[in-house]
Design a protein around this ligand. Structure first.
Ligand code: XIL
Length: 354
């Protein structure tokens, strides 16, 4: 008998080097194999435009569902799971021998209303456990890495011990973060478990305090023996805001010292306030991505790089940070016609660091 579908998938995942906790770290890959590249994808876009799927297959080794695994999508009621949309993305990944990165198991946002009506710690713990177990088990073959906790730090952290307010925190306290990782590790001891955050790469304003609080939380988890394996830097870069290169490099080096892998999970550049002309804008964007990736690879290679979308046609930046001059946003590596932009060359250069 030839290889089963599962064998083929396992081979595909092993080949692309995406995955697992104890497995194929970028540093263990042969020198010629670039760091895996992923694109986040929103199912309605994938279904509407065949160019998007083709581009993902041509350029990526992994996909991240943009919204399809969020509680608001999969949990219409306390006793119900609706995996219709996430199954389609998982099947797209399986069919094309891509990995799927699971986003996200615990987040303060995009919760169904019934979660916000839970009132006891016991109910919250039961819901959280059931959610993590059921979701991870369903996609265990294709999703070997998970954003277990997303955005645990408040924007304006005043102390390193500050944690973002959420319904989970109100009912379970700060320990819900450690709990979630422990549950996830019990479900799938080989999965790569990620703690994911944004706005930790800039020099001024509230960013340094947020970076410190994120580092403090991760160190605390590692010290307690909580099974966290990777730090996810979302990388929603604020166009024109200087990257704190030295501080970011130090942060990443400290995280590596703790034994953690480093992933870029949601890269794009918020170009709302950048100059209009496409070539000028693209050059600024590429330079900022260069500063960002340069700082975080100064101490070693990345485990993976994922952009939040792939083509400028399909990006949340268009509606979340639209431009007042009416020009389209250009936050991603491919333009509106799926042609490569300078940002892609920068990404590729950093993918080849081993
Ligand atoms: C965004 C999606 O792109 C939008 O479609 C959705 O309406 C809101 O969420 N950080 C995250 C992602 O972790 O889940 C967010 O995705 C972008 C910011």
């Amino acid at each position: 008998m030839g290889p089963t579908r599962r064998d083929v998938l396992a081979m595909g995942l092993a080949t692309c080097g995406w995955a697992a906790a104890g497995g194929t770290a970028a540093s263990a890959q042969p020198a010629h194999r670039p760091v895996p590249f992923g694109g986040a994808v929103y199912l309605p876009d994938l279904e509407a435009d065949p160019r998007l799927g083709d581009a993902i297959v041509a350029h990526c080794q992994a996909v991240t569902p943009v919204n399809e695994l969020k509680w608001i999508s999969t949990r219409p009621a306390p006793d119900l799971f609706d995996f219709a949309a996430s199954d389609k993305i998982a099947d797209f990944a399986r069919t094309n021998a891509l990995a799927m990165h699971g986003h996200t198991l615990v987040w303060y946002a995009e919760l169904p209303e019934w979660v916000t009506r839970l009132t006891s710690a016991a109910d919250a713990e039961r819901a959280l456990t059931e959610h993590i177990v059921t979701t991870m088990q369903r996609y265990g073959d294709v999703a070997r890495s998970w954003d277990v906790v997303n955005e645990p730090i408040p924007d304006a952290a005043r102390r390193p011990t500050d944690r973002r307010d959420s319904h989970w925190r109100a009912l379970l306290g700060d320990d819900h973060i450690a709990q979630a990782f422990r549950i996830a590790h019990d479900v799938d001891p080989d999965a790569l478990l990620v703690i994911n955050e944004y706005d930790v790469e800039f020099a001024t304003g509230y960013f340094p305090a947020k970076r410190q609080a994120f580092a403090h939380l991760i160190r605390e988890l590692v010290d307690k023996g909580v099974p966290v394996h990777a730090v996810g830097l979302q990388g929603h870069l604020r166009g024109g805001v200087p990257i704190a290169k030295d501080e970011l490099a130090q942060f990443v080096a400290d995280m590596r010292e703790l034994g953690l892998k480093i992933m870029v999970t949601e890269l794009d550049v918020i170009d709302r306030d950048l100059p209009g002309p496409a070539d000028v804008r693209d050059a600024i964007i590429a330079a900022q991505v260069e500063d960002f990736l340069g700082a975080i690879t100064a101490s070693g290679p990345l485990h993976s790089i994922t952009t939040w979308g792939l083509s400028d046609t399909y990006t949340w930046i268009r509606w979340a940070y639209g431009r007042s001059d009416g020009l389209g946003n250009r936050p991603l590596p491919l333009d509106e016609n799926f042609q490569r932009k300078p940002m892609f060359d920068v990404i590729d250069r950093f993918r080849s660091i081993v």
